[in-house]
Write a protein that binds this ligand. Structure first.
Ligand code: NAP
Length: 232
């Protein structure tokens, strides 16, 4: 998959990692970039096309997927973090809320846009997951569950789309310096470098990108259940 001349839709493109993806795609010569966001007026990057897309809104997704017919790459980046523990009063509510975005949102967007990629002869769907697919820690019940489930979704997408020449790539990272991790004071990766290395890996045909040591160790030692970050 060549990034140059690709036509790409990035969800959650107004800030954080999604914004970095659009910037790196521009640097790498992508032909057209749809910067999908709930707030199109917050997109200020020149050279991208802002579109309104709430990944939890079925009608909105169906409407946009009927209008955007030229993509050959979808980057499922949008996601949320909500603190949740097993014994909280609102555990179920928070878990459902997080799943609505991180799992069902990803599923819904992929399901709606995959036929376009198929019609266009194939391409790439990249799902932004996390080291949290394999790790748990205090407060991270909803987030880690949702990312583990999204990993299963990603594996299924590979099976369903393999014969349609669609490469499905999972992107895993530990801590990235975005708003989501603003309360975490440890070392964080720059969103630009995560986006850059992910796109290079995608262009090399990789189906799984383990961006940092934390992701590599998390996957390797998942059975040991190393504590993920403990405070957020
Ligand atoms: N930061 C990390 O350490 C880290 C590590 C591994 C993986 N990730 C993953 O990386 C992805 C990007 O996160 P980030 O770090 O850039 O976080 P962020 O700065 O909080 O950005 C999250 C993005 O998702 C968008 N979003 C949330 N719900 C949405 C919805 N229903 N519809 C459309 N867009 C929605 C947000 O849009 P609004 O501005 O409208 O809220 C925002 O653009 C997420 O999937 C996250 O789980 C992050």
């Amino acid at each position: 998959m060549k990034i140059k001349d690709s036509v790409v839709l990035v969800t959650g493109a107004n800030r954080g990692l999604g914004l970095a993806f659009t910037q790196v795609l521009l640097e790498m010569g992508a032909k057209k970039i749809y910067a999908a966001t709930r707030k199109p007026d917050t997109i200020t990057t020149k050279g991208v096309i802002p579109i309104e897309l709430d990944i939890t809104n079925k009608k909105n997704i169906e409407n946009q997927s009927s209008l955007i017919l030229d993509i050959n790459m979808l980057i499922n980046n949008a996601g949320i973090y909500r603190k949740a523990n097993l014994l909280d009063d609102n555990t179920m509510e928070v878990v459902r809320d997080v799943f609505e975005t991180n799992l069902f949102g990803m599923l819904s967007v992929s399901k709606s846009f995959a036929p376009t990629l198929i019609k266009n002869g194939g391409g790439v769907i990249a799902n932004v997951l996390s080291a949290g697919c394999w790790l748990n820690g205090h407060g991270n019940l909803a987030y880690c569950m949702s990312k583990a489930a999204a990993l299963s979704l990603t594996n299924d997408m590979r099976i369903a789309l393999k014969h349609h020449s669609i490469q499905v790539t999972a992107i895993h990272a530990g801590f990235i310096d975005t708003n989501m991790m603003s309360n975490f004071s440890g070392i964080k990766l720059s969103p630009h470098s995560v986006a850059y290395h992910s796109l290079i890996a995608i262009s090399q045909g990789m189906q799984e990108v383990l961006i940092d040591d934390m992701s590599k160790k998390a996957k390797m030692h998942s059975i040991d259940n190393i504590p993920y970050f403990t405070e957020h």
